[in-house]
Design a protein. Structure first.
Length: 141
């Protein structure tokens, strides 16, 4: 799968993961992919290095399992902190706020872009399946 796209249900905000994720990573093998965010007010892209891209699949599968909501924040961050994603149960109607942060790679503290998008609980199974198709199956540790 060439990319993995998440769209806000109420606006034009999108979060896109692009780049090939190797299926044969083992141990401390890593890969690089890009994450881009786009909205009326924001356009940002960063490169992300990770040694366990399958953990993004685990993150989205966990959201799908707990589609009725959860306490607190569920979050995941890339190995070097260039991308972070947080999921908050936003309301009693099944809306989930995904807050994301992208950070510059060459000079990490030079720029940071943060925004949110809203998804619905009914989308979580599909997001988990598309995350698995893009990032790969969760590999037992």
């Amino acid at each position: 799968m060439p990319d993995f796209l998440i769209k806000d249900v109420n606006s034009s905000t999108t979060l896109r993961f692009e780049g090939e994720i190797p299926t044969d990573l083992t141990g401390y093998d890593g890969c690089t992919f890009s994450v881009s965010a786009s909205s009326h007010e924001l356009s940002a892209v960063t490169k992300v290095y990770d040694i366990r891209p399958d953990q993004w699949t685990a993150f989205f599968k966990d959201l799908a399992v707990h589609w009725r909501g959860w306490q607190g924040v569920k979050d995941h961050e890339s190995l070097e902190g260039h991308f972070r994603l947080e999921a908050n149960t936003a309301d009693s109607l099944g809306h989930i706020r995904l807050r994301f942060r992208l950070r510059g790679v060459d000079v990490p503290n030079l720029w940071v872009a943060e925004a949110s998008l809203i998804i619905e609980a009914g989308q979580l199974d599909d997001l988990a399946k598309r995350a698995e198709a893009y990032f790969g199956m969760v590999v037992p540790a």
